[in-house]
Design a protein around this ligand. Structure first.
Ligand code: HEC
Ligand code: HEC
Ligand code: HEC
Ligand code: HEC
Ligand code: HEC
Ligand code: HEC
Ligand code: HEC
Ligand code: HEC
Length: 411
């Protein structure tokens, strides 16, 4: 090859590269961000096409640990055992995904989740036992006696099917029985494609469901010292720290999960949200759970990563005082209701007389709120949304009871 032709080809080659570069720079942003070869290997044809069809899904996936570790679209979207498939653009994908698809790679987390009240008990709290197999009921009853083997909720029944489907089950479907025999959904806390622990550590993620007058956990958290500090300091925290090595240096202020799920400074991570709870605070009258001692020790272990023993014992003593007091107040109200029933002044049906709603609000809103507030640092909820309302509703309850009795003697 002559010098001239070498020069010519180098010149032409360089010009071509420059032209390509200029052309490329002028292309729209979306098109220029073509996936890297590594990314194409990880997610293949699905991502290539879905970048156009449903780009948000691909962006969420790209930022995830799954993309980093080479888990691809089909790894999740292929049918697991007992799942229906559908043909899709030359692939075969599952008609719908459940906790089962995640469990194929994360069996430990699924098994812990299955033991928790987020699984079958959550669904049964609304719809009763009828949607579960005998085996599933037996499994859940081993951990939570009476939590699944029960009739459909009478309030839900009174409100009707559409209200149940969109209302109650909008939260309680975290424990939905799936057609493939698995229970529940993992995406309530991790989302479908970001699969993020940072997201799961945000209080607002739990607050989707843990909110409102009957379980004001997110509101209580926001007014607690923990919540105030977290909101002020979260940008300096490492919410993405790997669960197995999370330390107080990553998160020096607890969010919901720090106390209820996380492994902090070497403690064990758990997807069983019941493991650290010593009372049934959601009940009208809160008894100790059968696992009282070990559960309370486990929660205190978490507090002790950041606090002194003395402070934590004092905190628990005060909170337990609120449980004892609240129980006494609810017992008084319960006895009054029972005496009205015994005197024939109320029907046996629930939720058909105003006083039944008053009694329900008394324990279900204000009693619970006082107890939750006491255990999670919400003074306003122990007081104004708790004990003040308990006092007021008790006065109203007695007044209505008196009227019912007077009306009865007049007739
Ligand atoms: C050639 C383009 C193309 C390819 C390749 C492709 N998809 Fe799709 N996909 C689509 C289109 C188009 C839709 C429908 C979008 C809509 O309805 O807006 C769709 C819908 C879906 C849905 C929703 C289905 C439903 O029933 O709602 C899922 C899940 C899905 N694709 C996953 C995948 C996975 C996983 C792969 C790779 C195995 C893949 N897709 C490959 C184009 C594609
Ligand atoms: C970690 C598991 C996982 C991975 C990885 C994953 N998906 Fe999904 N995807 C899900 C789940 C769960 C759903 C909800 C499906 C359901 O409810 O039946 C879903 C839903 C979808 C939908 C329907 C979205 C909608 O809102 O209508 C599309 C489209 C989709 N995925 C495409 C993809 C593509 C493309 C990839 C790869 C870039 C991908 N997915 C990777 C778990 C995954
Ligand atoms: C094909 C196997 C596979 C499937 C299916 C799968 N994952 Fe993963 N997942 C992984 C791997 C691999 C990692 C990264 C390594 C690790 O943390 O073990 C991971 C990590 C995670 C993490 C930790 C992320 C972090 O930021 O540290 C979460 C949360 C997670 N997966 C949730 C899910 C959920 C929810 C589903 C179902 C919708 C799912 N995974 C389905 C393999 C899988
Ligand atoms: C905003 C989300 C949400 C809605 C809507 C909702 N719940 Fe709940 N429910 C929860 C949460 C969160 C708890 C756990 C409260 C706790 O432990 O303090 C709970 C607890 C319960 C409990 C006590 C726990 C148990 O297993 O016995 C029952 C019963 C219950 N809900 C029934 C219902 C019924 C019936 C409806 C509809 C009429 C309903 N819920 C609507 C979120 C919701
Ligand atoms: C999709 C709704 C939903 C989300 C999101 C959710 N929960 Fe729950 N949670 C529930 C329901 C419903 C119950 C009540 C189950 C029952 O006892 O019937 C519950 C119960 C609980 C309990 C009490 C368990 C027991 O044994 O009494 C704890 C603790 C809890 N959740 C913590 C959390 C934390 C922490 C988060 C966030 C990481 C969270 N939850 C996210 C719906 C949800
Ligand atoms: C109530 C919310 C919630 C639900 C539901 C949930 N997770 Fe998690 N998950 C978390 C939190 C919070 C963490 C991070 C714990 C921590 O802070 O150390 C986590 C961490 C993980 C990790 C990383 C664990 C590790 O040790 O590296 C995996 C994998 C995971 N979840 C999978 C799942 C699967 C699979 C399901 C469904 C069976 C599921 N999660 C359901 C909240 C949830
Ligand atoms: C500082 C630690 C801490 C934080 C932060 C925290 N909790 Fe709690 N939580 C507790 C303690 C302690 C109890 C009572 C435990 C017991 O019964 O022994 C409790 C009780 C509960 C219960 C009541 C279960 C029942 O029996 O009715 C639920 C539900 C709950 N927390 C959810 C949450 C949610 C959601 C958040 C965040 C918005 C949160 N917690 C934040 C420590 C915490
Ligand atoms: C990850 C660390 C961490 C964990 C776990 C934790 N806390 Fe805290 N807590 C803090 C920090 C930080 C403060 C603010 C302390 C300060 O101002 O010096 C705080 C403040 C408090 C306060 C208010 C003190 C005051 O007078 O201002 C109480 C009460 C409290 N925590 C109780 C608990 C209890 C009970 C638990 C366990 C159920 C717990 N904490 C778990 C970090 C933690």
């Amino acid at each position: 090859m002559s010098f001239k032709s070498i020069f010519l080809s180098v010149f032409l080659g360089t010009t071509l590269i420059v032209i390509v570069l200029i052309f490329n720079a002028n292309r729209p942003q979306v098109e220029r961000n073509q996936p890297s070869s590594e990314f194409v290997r990880a997610s293949g044809k699905c991502a290539e096409c879905h970048r156009r069809e449903t780009s948000a899904v691909v962006h969420q996936f790209e930022g995830s640990m799954h993309a980093k570790h080479g888990v691809n679209c089909l790894d999740c979207h292929k049918a697991a055992e007992k799942q229906e498939t559908q043909p899709h653009m030359g692939f075969s994908i599952a008609k719908s995904l459940t906790a089962k698809n995640c469990s194929t790679c994360h069996l430990t987390e699924y098994t812990q989740f299955l033991r928790s009240r987020h699984a079958a008990p959550a669904w049964a709290a609304v719809a009763g036992a009828k949607d579960f197999s005998a085996e599933q009921i037996a499994f859940a009853e081993k951990y939570h006696k009476g939590a699944v083997n029960r009739p459909p909720n009478p309030l839900a029944e009174a409100e009707g099917k559409n209200a149940i489907d969109v209302g109650c089950l909008g939260c309680h479907d975290i424990g939905k029985p799936n057609d493939d025999g698995s229970i529940g959904t993992c995406t309530a806390c991790h989302a479908r494609h970001s699969s993020s622990v940072a997201l799961a550590r945000e209080p607002e993620t739990c607050g989707q469901c843990h909110m409102g007058p009957d379980h004001s956990q997110i509101e209580i958290y926001h007014e607690s010292k923990h919540g105030v500090l977290y909101n002020a300091q979260k940008t300096s925290m490492n919410l993405n720290a790997p669960p197995k090595s999370l330390t107080t240096a990553d998160m020096s202020v607890p969010t919901c999960v720090t106390c209820h799920l996380s492994g902090l400074d070497g403690l064990k991570v758990t997807h069983d949200t019941s493991e650290r709870l010593s009372y049934w605070l959601f009940a009208a009258i809160s008894d100790k759970r059968p696992t009282f001692h070990q559960a309370q020790d486990a929660m205190k272990e978490t507090c002790l990563r950041c606090h002194t023993q003395q402070n934590i014992e004092k905190f628990y003593q005060e909170a337990e005082g609120i449980v004892v007091d609240t129980n006494a107040k609810i017992v008084e109200a319960q006895k009054l209701m029972q005496s009205l029933r015994d005197e024939g002044l109320l029907t046996d049906a629930p939720f058909d007389e105003p006083i039944e709603f008053l009694y329900f609000d008394l324990w279900h809103y204000y009693g619970r709120t006082a107890k939750h507030g006491a255990f999670m640092g919400g003074a306003d909820f122990v007081q104004w949304h708790g004990n003040y309302e308990l006092l007021l509703k008790m006065v109203e309850l007695k007044e209505i009871a008196k009227e019912l009795r007077e009306k009865n003697t007049r007739e």
